[in-house]
Structures are given as structure tokens and as C-alpha cells.
Design a protein around this ligand. Sequence first.
Ligand code: ZN
Length: 316
Amino acid sequence: MLINSSKMLLNFFLTSRRNFFKYSLVTGLTCVTTISLNSVARAQNNSSLKIVTTFLPIHLFTKAVVGDTGQVNILISPGTEVHDYQATPGDAKLLATADVLVENGLGMEEFLASLVANTGNSQLERIDSSQGITVIEEEYSEHEHHHEGGNPHVWLDPVLAQQQVATIRDRLIEIDPSNADSYSNNAEAYIQQLQQLDNEFSQRLAPVKGCKFITFHDAFPYLAQRYELRQEAIVEIPEDSITPQDLQRVQQAADQYQVKALFTEPGIEDQRIQQISSDLNLPLEAIDPLESGETDPQYYFQAMRGNLEALERACK
Ligand SMILES: [Zn+2]
């Protein structure tokens, strides 16, 4: 009797457990079903397409095209040096859950090769925004910072920038056709603004064609080529230390050609550059390579109009 009641108790217990499991299984399935329905719904209107960009100008162009149809994150936050960037664990995390990665290309983002491989995100779609652009070889190809793909600073030419925006648009439409209309319309509006900017550069720099300027960052050969100016870069990137030989080259360039101005960058205070400027009696101006700044797509125009004014002032 005692044994029997124990058996009954055990049976009762087992039955309850089974019911409990059955119940959890049903609840679990309901959850799974709800989640998959949600993802289907999200995939259908793609409101959650997760896009990651590498650095500022690519971020501005991508945000301009995406508008509010997706989420756009940036890997290299503005203010961080772009040229010698080393990936962080946070970058791997961001890429592991991203749908799309938008890059400048031309060797600017060499850190991506191992980073992307390590995240193991086989679904990640990559957009190389400089695809199809004819590159200018770098002035200092023997330099340690030599980029595989030629000079990468294509975003500083408002015409090539239009090409980058169009490439980002076309690839986003391929990846996410359900939002094709909004990508198209957004890109169209931004490209029109870039065209307007190009007109302003063409008109205002036409009187100073051939103007030669010296930079301490080989960032403006595309801009110079577009508007028939001449950039002489003394060092390739701002972080390169300026040697006495470099200073001699500035002196020689200034003597040899009719150099109009020295260009430093916003936020760079280099005593030696100021010294050269006063020694050679060359005005010192600031020109922005847009490797850092604000993340609103309109910031591109603000910074580029500042560059136009600085070039006009310097080349007069
Ligand atoms: Zn640069």
C-alpha cells in the first residue's frame, strides 16, 4: 500500500513534469514562431538592414543614400586616425551582426582583410565604393604607407564622390531591392548637391588654374587634377614626421615653382609648419581631408565649401 501510494505519487509527479515540459515546449514554439514572423516582416520592409561603414566620407555618402530606411554605423569614429587604424574587438562585434559593409577601397582599409575573416559573418555583403574609378598613383610609392590601390583620397573630388554615391546606391538596390525607390531618390538628391558643389569649384577656381600649393598630407591629387591645380605633398600622411630633408623639399618646391600657399589641416598645430610658412613668406591655410568631422551627410558640403574658400584665398 505504501509502495502503491509512492508509485502513484511518482506517477503524478512524472505526469505533471510531462505536462510542464509540454507546456514549455508549446510556449517555446510560440516564441520561435513569433520571432521568425518578426524577422520575415523585418526582411520584407527591411527597416532593420544593418549597414556598417568604415570612415567618415563613406559614412556620409552611405547615410545620404540610406536615409531612414536602415541603420548605419561607423567603424572608425571621427577623430581616430584613419591611415594607421587597427581594428578593435568592438569592430568585430559590429561586423558579426551586420548585413552590409561599405568601404572606400583602394587600400585605405587594409585592416578589414583579417577583421572580416575573423568575424565569420558569411552573409556580409561588401560594397567597394571606389570600384571603377581611375586611380592616381601615389607620389611616394616607396613610402611605408604606400597603399596597394594607388592614392585612395577619391572622395575629395566632388565628381568622383558622385560616382561613389552611385555605386553605393546601385549595390544597395541589388542587396535590398524592396527599398530601391528610397535609395534612388535619396542618392539623386545628394548627387544633385554634389553636382552643384562641382559647379561652384569649377567656376570659382577657373581664374586660378595652375595654382600650386603644398600640403603635408597627400590627400588632394584628385581635387587638384579636377580643377587644374597642382598639389605638392611633402609627406604622405599628417602623422609622418617631417624631416629636415622634407623641409628642404618644401624650400626647393617653393623656389622652383610659384607656390602660392602651404596647407595644413584643421586641428593640426605644427610649430615647424608655422616656421616654414613665415620663413618662406608663404601664407598658411587649412584644408580638410574629411577624414574626421561631423556625421551628418550635409557636413561634406560644409567642409568642402570651406576648402574651396581656402583654395581661393591661397591662390589669388
Ligand atoms: Zn589621408
